[in-house]
Design a protein around this ligand. Structure first.
Ligand code: SF4
Length: 376
C-alpha cells in the first residue's frame, strides 16, 4: 500500500453514514467542493481536537483543493490545561493524597521547581497518582477506601457535564475535586479577533455541541459574519460540512448550519446544562499557550469539595508556559502546523513529548505524528 493510499482510506468507501443521512459517492462531494473555487484562498478552522484527529487520520487535507486551508484550533483540553493546575495536582500527590485523573493528563510536560516533569514522572518518584476513566470511576475508588482522594477533572463542556452529574449525586468526605474545565466559545471569540488568524469558516465541534446545543455557535455566523457548520466525526460529515462552508463563502452568506443532525439539537442537553449551572460557576480561566480568557472556565460553587480551597493550594500560571523550542502556542492558535515546529518528530514524539499538543490523541501534533509524518 502506498503512502497516499494509507492516507486516503475513505476513498474506497462507497457509503458514508453521516449522522442521520446516508451520503453516497464521496467523490461527488469532493468534486462539488472543487467546482466551487472562489478564486482565493479560504481558511477554515476545525476547532475540535477530535476533528483534527479524524482529518489527519483520513488524509482529508490531501484531497481538498489547494485553495482550502484547514487549520487546527485550541480544541484539545489537555493541550490548553494550565501548568498551574497540573503543578497543584503533583503537589497534592506528593503530599500523599491520592490524585485521580484521566490518562491523557499523565504525560503532559510542565515546568516545576526548575525541572521538567509530569504526573507520570511524579508517580515514578512515589507521588500517588492513578488513572480513572470517568467521575463515577473516581467516586467508586474513593467510596471503597479510607484514604483521601482528589479527582483532577479536566475537559470542555463534554466532560464538565459528567462532573456536574457526580456533584449532583454527592461526593464522600474523602473525595475533593480539582477542576480545569473550560468553555469553548470564548476561545473562539478570541481567535476571531486575532488579525493573524482571519478565519473564513468555522467547523464547529460536534461533541461539545451535544451539550451546549447548536445555539451557542449561532453568534459566530450572525455577529462576526463567519460561516459556521457543526459536524460529527466521520469523513462524510467533515466533507459535508466543508462543502456547506465553501458554498456559504461562495454565496456571500454567513449562517449556522448543523450536519450532526439527530445528535446535536438547538438547545443541547438541557438536564446537563441545568446541573452544570447548579454546581459550577463561570469565571476567567488560563489557557496554556494563549493566556487568560474571560468567562472561559468552570469552577466549583461548593468550597467544601474544592481541593484548591480545602488544601490551601496556589494555582499559578504565567506567560511563556511552553517548554523551550515548543511551538504549541502557535499550533493551538492555528498560526502554525505541527510539521512547522522544529522539534516535531525529532526531539518531540509521543514517547517523549516536549509539549502538550503531542500527548493527547486530541492534540494536533499527536495526530500529525501518527498519520501525517513524511517518513511513514
Ligand atoms: Fe510542541 Fe512537540 Fe508540537 Fe513542537 S511538535 S509544537 S514541541 S508538542
Amino acid at each position: 500500500m502506498t503512502h497516499r493510499e494509507r492516507e486516503l482510506p475513505f476513498l474506497n468507501w462507497k457509503n458514508f453514514l453521516t449522522g442521520n443521512i446516508m451520503v453516497t459517492g464521496v467523490m461527488e462531494v469532493l468534486e462539488n467542493i472543487r467546482k466551487m473555487n472562489p478564486g482565493r484562498k479560504i481558511k477554515i478552522m476545525n476547532f475540535c481536537g477530535t476533528h483534527e484527529h479524524e482529518i489527519s487520520r483520513h488524509g482529508i487535507r490531501s484531497v481538498l483543493p489547494e485553495w482550502i486551508e484547514l487549520i487546527a484550533g485550541p480544541g484539545c483540553p489537555v493541550c490548553v490545561c494550565g501548568e498551574g493546575e497540573i503543578r497543584a495536582a503533583i503537589e497534592l500527590a506528593s503530599r500523599g493524597i491520592n490524585v485521580l485523573t484521566y490518562g491523557d493528563m499523565m504525560r503532559v510536560p510542565i515546568r516545576m521547581n526548575g525541572n521538567v516533569t509530569s504526573l507520570e514522572k511524579a508517580r515514578a518518584t512515589g507521588a500517588k497518582v492513578r488513572v480513572v476513566t470517568s467521575p463515577l470511576d473516581a467516586l467508586s475508588i474513593a467510596t471503597k477506601s479510607n484514604e483521601d482522594f482528589v479527582f483532577f477533572s479536566v475537559g470542555f463542556e463534554t466532560t464538565t457535564a459528567p462532573l456536574a452529574g457526580l456533584l449532583e449525586r454527592g461526593v464522600p468526605d474523602n473525595l475533593k475535586i480539582l477542576t480545569a474545565h473550560k468553555l469553548t466559545p470564548p476561545a473562539l471569540d478570541l481567535l476571531i479577533k486575532d488579525e493573524d488568524v482571519m478565519l473564513d469558516g468555522i467547523l464547529a465541534p460536534g461533541h461539545v455541541s451535544t451539550i451546549t446545543g447548536s445555539m451557542e455557535w449561532r453568534r459566530f455566523a450572525e455577529e462576526y459574519g463567519i460561516p459556521t457548520v457543526i459536524a460529527g466525526f466521520t469523513p462524510g460529515q467533515i466533507l459535508e460540512a466543508i462543502y456547506r462552508l465553501v458554498l456559504q463563502i461562495k454565496n456571500g452568506e454567513a449562517k449556522l448550519e448543523n450536519v450532526y443532525r439527530g445528535i446535536v439539537t438547538e438547545h443541547g442537553n438541557i438536564r446537563a446544562k441545568m446541573l452544570m449551572e447548579k454546581h459550577l460557576y463561570i469565571d476567567k480561566a488560563w489557557w496554556r499557550g494563549i493566556g487568560e480568557i474571560e468567562k472561559s472556565g468552570f469552577y466549583l460553587k461548593s468550597r467544601d469539595i474544592d481541593a484548591v480551597h480545602f488544601y490551601g493550594l496556589e494555582v499559578k500560571n504565567e506567560e511563556n508556559d511552553m517548554l523551550p523550542g515548543c511551538s504549541c502556542k502557535d499550533v493551538v492558535l492555528g498560526k502554525k502546523l505541527p510539521k512547522d515546529c522544529p522539534l516535531f518528530g525529532k526531539a518531540c514524539t509521543p514517547d517523549d513529548p516536549k509539549g502538550p499538543c503531542m500527548v493527547s490523541s486530541e492534540g494536533a501534533c499527536s495526530a500529525w505524528f501518527h498519520y501525517l509524518r513524511e517518513d511513514i
